[in-house]
Design a protein around this ligand. Sequence first.
Ligand code: BMA
Length: 308
Amino acid sequence: MLINRYQNNPILTKDDVPYPVATVHNAGVVKFNDRYIMIFRSHTLNGRSILGKAESDNGYDFKVDKEPFMIPAAEGIFKEYEEYGVEDPRIIYLGGEYLITYSAYSRHGVRVGLAKTKDFKSVERFSLITEADYRNVVIFPEKFNGLYARLDRPHSEISPWSIWISYSPDLKYWGESKLIMKPVKYHWDEMKIGPGAPPVKTARGWLSIYHGVFPTMDGCVYRLGVALHDLEDPSRIIAVGDEWVLQPEEVYEITGYVHNVVFTCGAVPEEDGTIKIYWGGADKVMCVGTANIEKLVDHCLENSRSAL
Ligand code: BMA
């Protein structure tokens, strides 16, 4: 087992939230002043999503704020594009601030918003950084040759949904986009793949935990896999683990709001060489597990499938 599930999973459910929600899932997590901050997604009782915040001393026991952290914007350009909800936040720390990317849903489709915070008390929307039909934007926590880099996942009718990379001088204008990783036919990730947790720096490369989807007669199964990107050129994928590292197995992953889903938006590397990986179980609850970072890197390298 590469990822050891925490014995007291799920770590957060709707019953822990002091306002009415149907789910708690797909959370971004970072360390802030030695505490763990979790920004999680919840379906409200009309089926649209908002973001809540929870805090923890140990990464396992979280307490949820009294009020939501981000609800669809009430004004400006964001109002038009967040009308149907805000979803699936990822958080990184770079340049003295925390950057939060999230999916913004509206009648025009789904695009990705970028918000910034320094203290997790106030949050400021910065820009909508994609057009419609993108999701799963993770920003690398370092720059490359002076440019920010992100992985994302545009939607396409021609090609199975794949992982792309883009760069930006200022977080607002993005370009030099390139497809870098595709699903593999008749493989656990054959239907679509997407970035999961923001990449983690290791001695052998950037470790990216991504999700892959397989269609079955009983609906789609969401699993997690790992890929390794070159330290200096993150568009170069060194290796992709052929086998998944996590699949829905526990009751809280098999049944819920959408069954058979494990979906990650955040992982926290620790000083002892382990990593806490957080995932939504069946789009309904939050779970955590630990893994050894070097073993995940070995998993990429020892039995690698091609990236494209
Ligand atoms: C994806 C996204 C995720 C969700 C997953 C499984 O398309 O909507 O937020 O966890 O489906 O339902």
